[in-house]
Write a protein that binds this ligand. Structure first.
Ligand code: 1PZ
Length: 211
């Protein structure tokens, strides 16, 4: 019997991008610890996330534009800066870490987006009975809501009602129950060290993560 050809689903593309990025953080591969994580490599993984938005529908157009504009700014930065820590060091020097639109702030926002996706996947896999709306609502409340304004939170919670059902999502992602579980778990595992790495960049510079 012939095995079905392996197809690249949107989720497997994202997952692979983050696994490759996480590999760069492994001590045996990065030869010089002082170098830090490549901004180019980080941006290219983050760019892949955009594919997901097309599965969510019109209500999340705003989230998509927000996310993409932040990543774009980091791509712009990557033309002159080599690593993620360069971004922080420059803003620390200029006292613009938390300034609206600064690169350190945009990096923090993108990091929150990556963590949100991880939390949504975690919730989604908790039980088959869980709707995408409930999974996403719980994850958002945990990961992003504390840092968003009242207006944004209200819009996001309203938008949740327009999310596709579980089955619709699997269909749009071209996944089965088994394949979606595997890919979501792989993303959850790969994104964790990257998120921790980014947090450490701020903490090492005495910047609290309460924003
Ligand atoms: C498959 C799972 C579907 C779940 C969908 C859940 C979507 C949650 C959407 C969150 C929208 C946040 C919108 C706006 C946030 C802004 O307040 C901040 C402003 O930052 P500032 O300019 O003040 O520094 N913007 C962001 O945080 C940018 C990134 C937000 C987008 C994250 C999306 C994550 C991906 C969801 C799954 C595709």
């Amino acid at each position: 019997t012939k095995k079905p050809a392996r197809v690249n689903t949107p989720l497997s593309v994202i997952t692979e991008a983050f696994e490759n990025l996480a590999d760069l953080l492994k001590p045996d591969i990065s030869t010089d610890d002082e170098d830090g994580l490549s901004l180019d490599a980080f941006c290219s993984a983050c760019t892949h996330v955009s594919i997901l938005f097309s599965c969510l529908g019109f209500a999340f157009k705003f989230a998509e534009m927000e996310y993409i504009s932040k990543v774009k700014d980091l791509v712009e930065a990557s033309k002159t800066l080599d690593t993620l820590q360069n971004i922080l060091d420059l803003d620390v020097e200029n006292e613009t870490v938390k300034t609206q639109g600064s690169r350190s702030r945009n990096l923090r926002r993108v990091r929150q987006g990556l963590d949100l996706i991880r939390a949504i996947f975690e919730q989604f896999l908790m039980t088959d009975e869980y709707s995408l709306k409930d999974a996403a609502t719980t994850a958002y409340t945990e990961v992003c809501a504390p840092f968003h304004t009242w207006a944004v939170r209200t819009a996001v919670y309203a938008g949740m009602y327009t999310l596709p059902t579980r089955d619709q999502l699997l269909l749009r992602l071209n996944e089965t129950d088994q394949s979606v579980e595997k890919n979501m778990r792989r993303y959850m595992e790969a994104s964790r060290p990257i998120i921790e790495y980014i947090d450490k960049l701020y903490i090492e510079r005495n910047i609290k993560l309460d924003w």
